[in-house]
Design a protein around this ligand. Structure first.
Ligand code: A3P
Length: 301
């Protein structure tokens, strides 16, 4: 493992743990290698599913949808979500089945048992403009080692996000690795879910059940219409962010006691952040990097 310093134009320094081709955030334990090795050998439990994503693409949201579907109860998970990347593996051993294993890892680093047992994987993705805005706002709110003093400017952050391997490398590389994995392993059960589709379907009443229903079908979960309605209703941003305001396991991460995993929950907020020039430059980056990535992206609803 190598500690790499990445400096933005305003002098903000990001320290990342570089290991096996990936820039990990500082809160991945120790030298990364040992943690990943233990994780690779995580023991399987019946019904395990993996929720994987690039950070800030709606992981917590999707977790609660899946959690409700798997438990058959439209109740929020409080204090339950934890990512394998940052927590000791024993914590996951202690979870009862069916477990939702969460990570931002690349396919090559996920537990062997997930592959061997062909566990269902849900990969949530979101357009990279909103993801960039969400990540910048998020890390400014964080009170954990490696992020505490960060007060970088948006324009500097965007340059880094667009061109450098900030954490988990770039959004493009991450998404591509999972699409490639699916292409190389067509029989492997991976469901790609778009944040924008969830948002559209969950917020438009006549469609709200469709997206949740698709996931329920994929998981083989209970599908009675009233239950799915209730899940969709509870997982709308307004209701969910309110319910999570006092989740202490999450508010503990923030500088001001708020829950940093909930901000606006919108599609297209990037328009309030990108200047015309920034948008033009980033569009060029997107066009270049999306070559060979077969994914339809939505920037507005
Ligand atoms: P914003 O910062 O754009 O608001 P993650 O869980 O991967 O860290 O993603 C966080 C993003 O998902 C934040 O985006 C957060 O507000 C948004 N989010 C959380 N719950 C949501 C919900 N129920 N509906 C829509 N977006 C949600």
């Amino acid at each position: 493992m190598e500690l790499r310093k990445i400096e933005d134009r305003g002098g903000e320094v990001f320290v990342r743990k570089y290991y096996d081709g990936v820039h990990f955030p500082p809160n991945v334990p120790g030298n990364v290698k040992d943690h990943l090795e233990t994780l690779r050998n995580l023991k399987h439990k019946e019904g395990d599913i993996l929720l994987n994503s690039f950070p800030k693409t709606g992981t917590h949201w999707t977790y609660d949808v899946l959690h409700m579907l798997l438990t058959g109860k439209a109740e929020y998970s409080i204090g339950k979500i934890m990512a394998m990347d940052y927590e000791p593996t024993e914590k996951f051993d202690a979870l009862d089945s069916p477990r939702i294993l969460v990570s931002h890892l690349y396919p090559k680093h996920i537990p062997k048992s997930v592959i061997d047992e062909k566990c269902k994987i849900v990969y949530i993705y979101r357009n990279p403009k909103d993801t960039a805005v969400s990540m910048h706002s998020f890390i400014k709110r964080l009170n954990i080692d490696g992020f505490k003093g960060y007060n970088g400017k948006w324009e500097h952050f965007l340059e880094m996000f667009a061109t450098k391997q900030l954490q988990y490398n770039t959004w493009f590389e991450h998404v591509k690795s999972w699409l490639d994995y699916k292409e190389d392993n067509p029989d492997f059960p991976i469901m790609f879910v778009s944040y924008e589709d969830m948002k559209k379907m969950i917020d438009i009443p006549q469609n709200l059940r469709r997206c949740v229903q698709k996931m329920a079908e994929y998981l083989g979960a209970k599908q009675d219409p009233e239950f799915l309605d209730e899940v969709a209703k509870k997982c709308q941003f307004s209701a969910m962010s309110k319910a999570k305001t006092t989740d202490e396991t999450e508010t503990a991460f923030s500088r001001d006691g708020s829950n940093p995993f909930y901000r606006k929950g919108e599609v297209g907020d990037w328009k309030n952040w990108f200047t015309v020039a920034q948008n033009e430059i980033y569009d060029e980056v997107i066009e270049e990097k999306m070559a060979g990535i077969d994914l339809e992206l939505k920037y507005t609803l």
